[in-house]
Design a protein around this ligand. Structure first.
Ligand code: NAD
Ligand code: DAU
Length: 342
């Protein structure tokens, strides 16, 4: 079987490449990635050694390039991880989010229609459901929760989901969608909360917590997300949406304190800064459907996953030091340099 993995040079896509190479070495994997600031070929160095792995640099919104790839490779399955993924960047500059996340998805769907595939899988997010109040711990996102987006990022992801559903209904394209909660683990780009806090703490830099830090995220170790997607593309029902999450809700401030404790750094490094605009309060997934239908359960508890992740950043300094020594410096200065302290 031939699988196109778009966005495979990013955080979750690269973890999925390694998951597939390990669990289905008989399949051919083609990673299609534009290599934006978030894509990193160093991450795929080990994968490049496998004869069943191939890397192709292209933009998913480039129709000519995408069609040429489908014509040459005849994929059976397409798993679309490629996206602009950072909420803060979408608040600064929404347009590229619409281009990649919506137009890019539509080009992939058209290619699937034109050349024929057995499955198109859209990697979506729990952010399409909006947020939940902090004082209602009994509420969770199910697959029936209405789409109710907050940021340009989540609006673009919800738009892509709607397109995928439309192509299934109108053209009978065999699609599935997964909506996962916050991932963490190896190869997580340092603009995101957990790697940012680890790296700043190691450098004794301030840890910028937005607002009070009471916002809640539902954390899932990235390998558990990969296992869930693997099950969905092989055994999931066509036309369905599956939520993915493991009841690992944590307040941001508690996540930050856990990291400081593990690294034996003082809490005085924490700095409360101006809140994110439109900041979602709480995400929490109800994973009953994927558990009942496909038998999926997360294997990694947050307490273990966060220690493994911190250790990975300690053992792989070269990987993140290469990133933070480049353009990322300008990004950091722009986002945090003049941010109001609370
Ligand atoms: P990431 O930003 O780390 O990686 C995105 C990858 O996509 C990069 O390799 C980048 O080069 C590539 N890319 C961007 N634009 C492209 C384009 N136009 N054409 C081809 N490649 C392009 O993102 P991530 O955190 O790994 O997220 C992957 C997917 O999972 C996204 O669709 C995201 O919405 C979704 N998701 C992420 C999380 C999370 O916690 N990170 C949770 C749920 C869902
Ligand atoms: O829920 C899934 C989503 O999780 C994915 O769809 C997104 O692609 C992914 O980026 C992630 O979005 P979040 O906005 O939840 O992740 P982020 O790491 O940016 O922020 C997590 C929380 O930490 C959020 O409440 C904002 C807060 N935060 C973040 C940063 C970067 C801070 O307090 N300080 C920071 O510097």
């Amino acid at each position: 079987m031939t699988i196109i993995i778009t966005g495979g040079a990013g955080f979750i896509g690269s973890n999925f490449v390694y998951y597939e190479l390990q669990n289905h070495p008989e399949d051919r994997l083609i990673c299609l990635d534009k290599l934006t600031y978030a894509g990193n070929l160093e991450t795929l160095e080990e994968a490049q050694k496998h004869e069943n792995f191939k890397f192709v640099r292209a933009d998913i919104a480039d129709r000519k390039a995408v069609y040429a790839l489908f014509e040459a490779e005849h994929p059976d399955i397409v798993v679309n991880f490629a996206a602009e993924s950072h909420v803060d960047r979408s608040i600064e500059n929404p347009e590229i989010f619409l281009q990649t996340n919506i137009i890019g998805t539509s080009v992939l769907l058209d290619a699937c229609r034109k050349y024929g595939i057995t499955r198109y899988h859209q990697v979506s997010t729990d952010e399409v459901y909006g947020d939940l109040p902090l004082d209602r711990p009994d509420l969770f996102f199910t697959e029936e929760t209405p789409l109710h987006t907050s940021s340009p990022y989540s609006a673009s992801k919800a738009s892509a989901d709607l397109l995928v559903m439309a192509y299934h209904r109108t053209y009978q394209l065999p699609t599935t969608i997964s909506r996962c909660s916050n991932n963490y683990g190896p190869y997580h780009f340092p603009e995101k909360l957990i790697p940012l806090m680890i790296i700043n703490a190691l450098a004794d830099k301030k840890l910028p917590v937005y607002g009070t830090g009471e916002n809640v995220r539902d954390w899932l170790y990235v390998e558990d997300h990969c296992a869930a997607i693997d099950l969905i593309i092989r055994k999931g029902r066509v036309g369905e949406v599956y939520n993915i999450g493991g009841h690992n809700e944590r307040k941001n401030i508690d996540v930050v304190k856990t990291i400081l404790q593990a690294l034996k750094k003082p809490e005085s490094l924490i700095e409360h800064v101006a809140d994110r605009k439109g900041h979602d309060r709480r995400y929490a997934i109800d994973p009953t459907k994927i558990h009942d239908e496909l038998g999926w359960l997360p294997a990694t508890k947050f307490e273990d996953g966060i220690q493994k992740t911190i250790q990975w950043y300690l053992d792989n300094r070269d990987w993140w030091q290469h990133i933070i020594s480049g353009d990322y410096q300008d990004y950091y200065e722009k986002m945090y340099g003049h941010r109001e302290k609370l």
